[in-house]
Design a protein around this ligand. Structure first.
Ligand SMILES: Cc1ncc(C[n+]2csc(CCOP(=O)(O)OP(=O)(O)O)c2C)c(N)n1
Ligand code: SF4
Ligand SMILES: [Mg+2]
Length: 324
């Protein structure tokens, strides 16, 4: 195991620009079964374009696994393991440990191979949290964890998770006479990852695809575990037109609902500062899951969104030297 000593922000990696955008097919064959406009599959393709074919993937059960790998078929044209709902992080960390031993024995070439665990918000913030915490704490050198956050358990019928936002109607937090939908605020998964003192944590959105791909490349370049929280619109679960997927990702960032940032060696760095946010209502309105919200509910959500954003800005401004 290598203990991180470098300043991770200085670790070089090949940046993707509009001009150098990887051409050609990625590792996901045509014919997967994701819904039209699925933000998760878009994020998956961006991941593949960023890393090429030189990585191994481990998927927890969830929409992306079900849509891409119904036995005996698979849309993955690369090394891929489907494992249980709760243990993507445990399996990916085991694969990385195995690769290290094989390299040491000369049975694998002496080069780092990113091992990417991919899971939904349910598989990350709820059932897989223990396995994720263990993997981050064990400090696996080539371990990248990608949370595809569509803000509910979509694969099994739109049940709420701890990442479901306040006020969203789901099948287990239905809006009605006695309920305004989800009654709790979204769990801050990136902050939980940061608390593990790992070298790299980031948030990313498919609407800002170059930013997202470069964060994935940086995560692969930095030795040590990385966690990337990806905003992944789900038109089916959000009761939204399928063509609005990318637009809703953009509105989420521009309204401060889903801020883009990196945390490198404990230092918060804002990727896209939003000084003049669009109204949170503009983000909420196209989505049927928020249709029942009244003006005062939206005002309450806006207040919380802005409070969290200001806290984030303060975190980015109050850094006083690397923690580790
Ligand atoms: C131990 C266990 N409990 C429940 C399930 C059923 N299950 C499979 S996928 C899933 C929902 C996944 O939600 P999420 O992780 O958010 O991924 P999404 O489908 O939204 O992409 C559930 C409840 C399971 N496979 N294993
Ligand atoms: S239900 Fe949502 S996350 Fe699942 S495949 Fe359809 S659009 Fe994608
Ligand atoms: Mg989900």
């Amino acid at each position: 195991m290598t203990i991180q000593k470098l300043n991770s922000a200085q670790v070089p990696f090949e940046k993707i620009t509009a001009k150098t955008f990887p051409k050609g097919p990625d590792s996901l064959a045509p014919g997967h079964r994701a819904c039209q406009g699925c933000g998760e599959v878009l994020a998956l393709r961006l991941l593949m374009k960023a890393l090429g074919r030189d990585f191994m993937a481990v998927s927890a059960t969830g929409c992306m696994e079900v849509c891409t790998g119904p036995f005996p078929q698979s849309a993955w044209e690369m090394p891929w393991l489907h494992i249980a709902f709760e243990n993507a992080a445990a399996v990916a960390s085991g694969v990385d440990a195995g690769n290290t031993i094989l390299r040491r024995k000369g049975k694998l070439p002496d080069q780092r191979i990113p091992v990417v665990a991919i899971a939904g918000d349910g598989g990350t913030a709820d059932i897989g949290l223990q396995a994720l915490s263990g993997a981050l704490e064990r400090y696996h050198e080539n371990f990248i964890y990608i949370c595809l956050d569509n803000e509910a358990y979509m694969n099994t019928g739109i049940q709420r998770s701890s990442a479901t936002p306040f006020g969203a109607s789901t099948t287990t937090s239905p809006a009605g006479k006695l309920s305004k939908g989800q009654s709790t605020w979204k769990k801050n998964m990136p902050a939980i990852a940061v608390a593990h003192n790992i070298p790299y944590v980031a948030t990313a959105s498919p609407a800002f695809h170059l930013d997202m791909m470069n964060k994935i490349r940086r995560a692969a370049a930095i030795p040590g575990p990385a966690y990337i929280h990806v905003y992944a619109p789900c038109p089916t679960g959000w009761r939204m037109k399928s063509e609005l997927s990318v637009e809703s990702s953009r509105l989420a960032v521009n309204s401060r609902v889903f801020p883009l940032y990196e945390v490198i060696d404990g230092q918060y760095v804002i990727s896209k500062r939003v000084d003049n946010p669009i109204p949170v209502a503009d983000y909420l309105k196209p989505q049927g899951r928020f249709r029942h919200l009244k003006e005062d509910d939206i005002a309450q959500i806006s207040e919380r969104v802005n409070h969290e954003y200001e806290h984030l800005i303060k975190l980015s401004e109050t850094f006083d030297g690397p923690l580790f």
